[in-house]
Design a protein around this ligand. Structure first.
Ligand SMILES: CC(C)(COP(=O)(O)OP(=O)(O)OC[C@H]1O[C@@H](n2cnc3c(N)ncnc32)[C@H](O)[C@@H]1OP(=O)(O)O)[C@@H](O)C(=O)NCCC(=O)NCCS
Length: 194
């Protein structure tokens, strides 16, 4: 089911509140809204949500083609992206180095297949089982779509609670890698039919 415009706005707000150091929030709320509008109509991505009183409180974004996502976003949102980057440059010159490194970086691992792009739970609902529930719902639908495996990457930092969350939910650490001066973990889970 496609999301409404107001669902997308709420998702952008939760993303901003929960993943402040991620690249998309750096590009601004307006770009985030455009990003989710694109994801919402994409055939290569699915958005799973959990609602309370009909308002989105958690989302899990899965891509069946992680390897092409960035390219598709740049292609489809080119002018919005350029505008967002220019606005950022005016605000923060160090962002230029960040963007430059994205294009020049040779580090990282090649990730392809079906993966979690983002999963987040509204701060007031975290640690109450909502994240586990949305992950399970996404996995059930992926199994129905004959997906055998799912992966995710996350920052390797002791303050990153998501690592514990993924491990508790059956993900296994495959490797760690460095990207843009940050250490990441690459985790995988085999999806099992019961
Ligand atoms: C990571 C996140 C999605 C987990 O969802 P949640 O609803 O808070 O997690 P749950 O209540 O389902 O917790 C499941 C398990 O994971 C563990 N866990 C969840 N968040 C944790 C945290 N911040 N630190 C340590 N462990 C954590 C819990 O110990 C819990 O196990 P338990 O039930 O045995 O105690 C959520 O906390 C979140 O949105 N975080 C910010 C965004 C983020 O980091 N997203 C992941 C990167 S894209």
């Amino acid at each position: 089911m496609r999301l409404s415009k107001s669902d997308i706005e709420v998702m952008a707000d939760i993303h901003l509140a929960t993943l402040k150091n991620d690249i998309l929030p750096l590009l601004g709320r307006s770009f985030l809204v455009k990003f989710y509008t694109y994801i919402n109509r994409s055939n290569c991505e699915s958005i799973y949500t959990i609602r309370k009183n009909n308002i989105v409180v958690a989302a899990c974004i899965v891509s069946y083609e992680v390897e092409t996502l960035m390219k598709r976003v740049v292609k489809n949102l080119f002018f919005s992206l350029v505008f967002a980057v220019l606005m950022m440059l005016f605000k923060k010159i160090s962002f230029f180095t960040y963007v430059k490194n994205i294009f020049l970086s040779k580090e990282g691992v090649r990730i392809s297949g079906t993966g979690i792009v983002y999963i987040f739970v509204s701060p007031g609902f975290q640690n109450t089982g909502v994240g586990t529930r949305i992950l399970k719902e996404a996995e059930t639908l992926l199994i129905k779509n004959n997906q055998k495996q799912i992966h995710v990457k996350t920052i390797n930092h002791k303050k990153n609670g998501a690592i514990n969350f993924y491990l508790k939910n059956g993900f296994i650490i495959e490797c760690s890698f460095n990207y843009l001066g940050r250490e990441y973990l690459f985790l995988k889970k085999t999806l099992q039919t019961n």
